[in-house]
Design a protein. Structure first.
Length: 144
């Protein structure tokens, strides 16, 4: 069974984030944000990738596993039903299926963590992603 970690950077600092990854033995972060930009310092794609590289951790962005804007908007409003419906449609797209297979392969190759914003995985699409695509995976959230 392949172990895959999940992590959200909400309410954390870069130092805490990197420490959690290191403590778990994560060697690769798989960013599943549709838009890899952040208002939180250090968590936009390029600076994040550089910080991870400095820490000896790889970075891969799988944009098609992110949530489309209408789903993100629903999540912000607490509309879980719409988020789930939008994300189910997203995961059915051919490009998302290719990236889901890539995610599974990456996780088999080395200890990996799926990254998104929300700290609580219950409020994040990464839980929906792993429910749909994580068969045969041992899922561990680093802040649980």
């Amino acid at each position: 069974m392949t172990r895959i970690f999940t992590i959200g950077y909400e309410q954390t600092t870069m130092a805490e984030f990197l420490a959690a990854l290191k403590a778990a033995g994560v060697e690769q972060v798989i960013d599943v944000r549709a838009v890899p930009l952040s208002r939180r310092p250090g968590f936009s794609k390029n600076i994040l990738a550089a910080s991870l590289k400095d820490a000896g951790i790889g970075y891969v962005h799988l944009r098609d596993l992110g949530t489309p804007k209408v789903g993100r908007d629903a999540a912000k409003k607490g509309d879980v039903a719409t988020l789930e419906a939008v994300y189910e449609t997203q995961l059915g797209l051919p490009e998302a299926q290719v990236q889901a297979a890539q995610m599974r392969e990456l996780a088999r190759e080395k200890p990996s963590a799926l990254l998104c914003y929300e700290r609580d995985p219950a409020h994040c699409h990464r839980t929906l992603l792993l429910a749909a695509e994580g068969e045969g995976m041992d899922i561990v959230d680093l802040y649980a």
